[in-house]
Write a protein that binds this ligand. Structure first.
Ligand code: 5AD
Ligand code: SF4
Length: 451
């Protein structure tokens, strides 16, 4: 008998990828994917701990799921609830104390243990917590990936972070840096391509710190990209998220040398002030970052950039914030994410006594986002009239529309027949908005079948 598994994913792409792996690990036990929590036999919340808001969301969702569990119970049926991901790792058994209807808590390194945990939870009636960082890594213990991710797939190549930025929980929740072997990565990439992937995004919290070992040789991320680019049928490669410190010469060079590597890079700077960067323990200054940007542009002149910014870090003065605004003016981003600083328990910046008032954070965030929105619109407008190849992998907003991604990660919507789904199509850009472009198909001779 099949059982229903509902996984809700919060936060980053690493979590999205992990959710696919959890789905795969539970399939042999008869669990099939469900789009809704209603009537599910097992619910997994794959959580995010990066900012306070993300964590609050988990607890408010848990309240709703509890009601569902109780109504199932009234019908004489059982529902298991698991909290996974980074809130699971950070809070552990505290979650069950606060929400006793949660049966299992597990960290991101424990997903291979899910089947056993579920069996124990059924037998013991809940209270199962698994937070170890095993010496054997989860990727070696998980079954091969079997779920298709469609035309645009994720592949985790690296996990964890040794950088310890003073605001960030990741080194505590995801643990130390670990790189998968080049062999395992290539095998998984080939499977994804066989299942219809035309684009693969290589994932890692600190993806460009990748250093996998094979036959006594250490591979860099650039080596992996060069190797995957040889796979027939794989047309596009991306990677995220990178740290400026790890933008090595070979990685910068391959942006110019490998056409399958897309001309878009998410390279977080966090702040434009050297004083703040130092106190964030970012291990780079503003000049270093700007030099990397310049070298990448030299290597691949049309490369477009994205970044993360934090405003209102403890001690950030008006002048520090102006430095950030000025850096944004200098780089000209195609898109970016910006956040108010959110103190995270256990991180050094959370106990700094120079915390910034909420109204100042709000005002700075608004000014920064206005500027970033302006740059994003300008970038989108500069694309109108250009021809680009677009990977159409999703439904558009309206009937008869498909949505895809340009080489520069812009969403492009187009009126196109269903047959174009999952394909790379040459399109002319006809309109620009803040968050997307409109396009029209000019030529389908270049149409590459997804499978
Ligand atoms: N407060 C606000 N933003 C944060 N980020 C990480 N930790 C915090 C925090 N404590 C942001 C950073 C990072 C992105 C994933 O989340 O900008 O790059
Ligand atoms: Fe967090 Fe810094 Fe590591 Fe990124 S590099 S995951 S911001 S500690």
């Amino acid at each position: 008998m099949t059982k229903k598994l509902y996984i809700k994913t919060y936060g980053c792409q690493m979590n999205a990828y992990d959710s696919v792996r959890m789905q795969d690990v539970m399939a042999p036990l008869g669990y099939s994917a469900s789009d809704t929590p209603e009537g599910a036999d097992l619910i997994i919340l794959n959580t995010c701990h990066i900012r306070e808001k993300a964590e609050e969301k988990v607890y408010s969702d848990l309240g709703r799921i509890r009601a569902e569990k109780e109504s199932k119970k009234a019908r004489g049926e059982k529902m298991l609830i698991a909290v996974g991901g980074c809130v699971g790792q950070a809070e552990g058994a505290e979650i069950i104390k606060r929400a006793p209807y949660v049966d299992m808590v597990l960290g991101p390194q424990s997903y291979h243990q899910l089947p056993e945990m579920v069996t124990r939870a059924i037998r013991e009636g809940g209270g199962i917590v698994e937070l170890d960082f095993p010496t054997v890594q989860k990727f070696d213990l998980l079954p091969e990936i079997t779920s298709s991710q469609g035309a645009a797939a994720f592949l985790s190549v690296q996990e964890g972070c040794d950088k310890f930025c003073s605001f960030c929980v990741v080194p505590y929740t995801r643990g130390a840096e670990y790189s998968r072997t080049p062999q395992a990565i290539e095998a998984e990439a080939r499977r994804l391509v066989d299942q219809g992937a035309l684009e693969i995004t290589l994932l890692g919290q600190n993806v460009n710190a990748y250093h996998g070992e094979q036959n006594g040789k250490t591979w860099s991320l650039a080596d992996i990209i060069a190797q995957l680019a040889k796979i027939n049928g794989l047309e596009r490669i991306r990677y995220m998220t990178s740290h400026p410190r790890d933008m090595s010469d070979d990685l910068i060079a391959i942006h110019g040398a490998e056409p399958k590597l897309m001309p878009f890079l998410h390279l977080p700077v966090q702040s434009g002030s050297n004083e703040i960067l130092k106190r964030m323990n970012r291990k780079h200054d503003r000049e270093f970052y700007l030099d990397i940007i310049a070298r990448l542009r030299k290597s691949r002149p049309d490369i477009a950039f994205s970044s993360d910014f934090i405003v209102g870090f403890p001690g950030e003065s008006d002048r520090d914030f102006d430095d950030t605004m000025q850096l944004v003016e200098q780089v000209q981003y195609a898109q970016a994410y910006s956040f108010k600083y959110s103190p995270r328990p256990g991180t050094p910046a959370a106990v700094d006594d120079r915390q910034i008032a909420e109204n100042i954070k709000n005002e700075r965030l608004q000014r920064l986002q206005d500027l970033l929105r302006h740059q994003q619109t300008a970038f989108n407008e500069s694309c109108v009239g250009r021809t680009m190849s677009v990977l159409l992998d999703r439904d558009g907003k309206h009937d008869g529309q498909l949505l895809g991604k340009s080489p520069y990660m812009q969403s492009v919507h187009v009126s196109a027949p269903e047959a174009f789904r999952g394909q790379l199509v040459d399109m002319r850009m006809t309109g620009a908005y803040l968050n997307s472009l409109a396009g029209e198909i000019i030529d389908n001779t270049n149409l590459r079948k997804a499978s």
